[in-house]
Design a protein around this ligand. Structure first.
Ligand code: IMP
Ligand code: MG
Length: 181
């Protein structure tokens, strides 16, 4: 494992993102964060604690398949939101923007539910991997095309609890599995 982003660097950037998000909605407007499970849970926890009390939150869970076998990718909803987002200022919080298939799916789904604003915050962005034309409004770090773990991100459900983001050095024969988030 090579450390790509240490814990202090991440914490400092997350605090900056919180300030950036709040300053975009200056008139005391409520902000509703929607975290994408499981990968976003650590980022979400730090982000909300850096924000003022006008924030509420909810979670959604998806599984993505087929980044190796189907170039189109396929996303399945495994847990829906608890509450309506109609008329709300919604920020989708994701761990990483990779091919973009997951976010494209979620943005289409949420748009149909008529939020007032719909924005995206991601901790990490791997622009080289993009297939779907989606972009995040708030990006923690743009990173190279490497498989990373920690701070919520997993490999086969492991390493989510690391306080830093590291590049996982996969041995020969170990291939990146399709994301199962
Ligand atoms: P996308 O749909 O290809 O943008 O990818 C979405 C999901 O794939 C992310 O939410 C992650 O769960 C997973 N993923 C993509 N890249 C990585 C990585 O480098 N490490 C761990 N998970 C990843
Ligand atoms: Mg994820």
């Amino acid at each position: 494992m090579n450390v790509l982003l240490d814990a202090e660097t991440i914490q400092a950037r997350v605090r900056e993102l919180a300030v950036e998000i709040e300053s975009d909605y200056p008139d005391g407007e409520d902000i509703h964060l929607v975290g994408v499970l499981k990968g976003a849970f650590v980022f979400m926890a730090d982000l909300v604690r850096a924000m003022t009390p006008r924030v509420s939150l909810d979670f959604i869970a998806v599984s993505s398949y087929g980044q190796k076998t189907h170039s189109s990718g396929q996303v399945r909803l495994t847990r829906d939101l608890d509450s309506s987002i109609e008329g709300k200022t919604v920020i989708v919080v994701e761990d990483i923007l990779d091919t973009g298939m997951t976010l494209r799916y979620l943005l289409r789904l949420f748009q149909q539910r008529k939020p007032k604003h719909l924005r995206v915050a991601v901790l990490l962005d791997k622009p080289e991997r993009r297939i779907a034309t989606v972009r995040a409004d708030y990006v923690g770090f743009s990173i190279p095309n490497e498989f990373v773990v920690g701070y919520g991100l997993d490999y086969a459900e492991r390493y989510r609890n690391l306080p830093y983001v590291g590049i996982l050095l996969l041995g020969p024969g170990l291939k990146k599995k399709p994301a199962e988030d």
